[in-house]
Design a protein around this ligand. Sequence first.
Ligand SMILES: C[S@@+](CC[C@H](N)C(=O)[O-])C[C@H]1O[C@@H](n2cnc3c(N)ncnc32)[C@H](O)[C@@H]1O
Length: 238
Amino acid sequence: MSDQQNPQPEKEGVYLRQIRSFVKREGRLTKGQARAIEANWPSMGLSVDNGMLDFSQVFGRQAPVVLEIGFGMGKSLVEMAAAEPDKDFIGIEVHRPGIGACLADAEAAGIKNLRVFEHDAVEVLAQCIPDASLARMQLYFPDPWHKSRHHKRRIVQPEFAQKVRQKLAIGGVWHMATDWENYAEHMLEVMSQAEGYKNQSASQDYVPRPDFRPLTKFEQRGHRLGHGVWDLMFERIA
Ligand SMILES: C[S@@+](CC[C@H](N)C(=O)[O-])C[C@H]1O[C@@H](n2cnc3c(N)ncnc32)[C@H](O)[C@@H]1O
């Protein structure tokens, strides 16, 4: 649904267009992606219409929960879920071919500890994720919105940092990575000023890529283009 079809009333007679961190691309589904969605959505798909989640009900056990926003084609998310079977993973993506690719990979890997939403992560956080419930939040290579006039669309903003903090357990970590230096600096600035977080970097800036994060497609491309990659890890302390 476009923003214009779904105006947000601010007060009577005044409608604001909500600023979103993505533009919905109507990419075509491959046959394989369509099949993977049909076959796996019943067991792995989550819907905002079902409201607040009870993780132990969703996964049938109690385990630390990791949430990833904007998993793209889901390759690294599936790898991580397979590599950490003691944790449960929830991925959120708005790009339908990405949902299909992720479910196809998850099926091939035979993993049972992954669920996905096809929806705006900002709304999923607010409507479906209990407060203080997440062990880790992952945001890898978010859309950088290069032009200054688009910077307001970047998902990492002071207000969003507090929405994430609300959902992390105390001691939970928000892990970000980007290959766009200006966005890395923006993330560091926002997070250094955000209340209730501690930077896990000894030098109070970036951390080396932790072993649990595989190289993503975007990152491999970044390496080929000679870009750097910046990882940031901030722990919820209050
Ligand atoms: C540049 S891609 C990176 C994908 C992947 N993380 C990787 O590293 O390969 C950013 C992704 O975030 C998704 N995205 C952006 N804003 C989002 C939001 N508010 N909710 C869910 N997904 C979002 C986009 O659809 C896109 O697939």
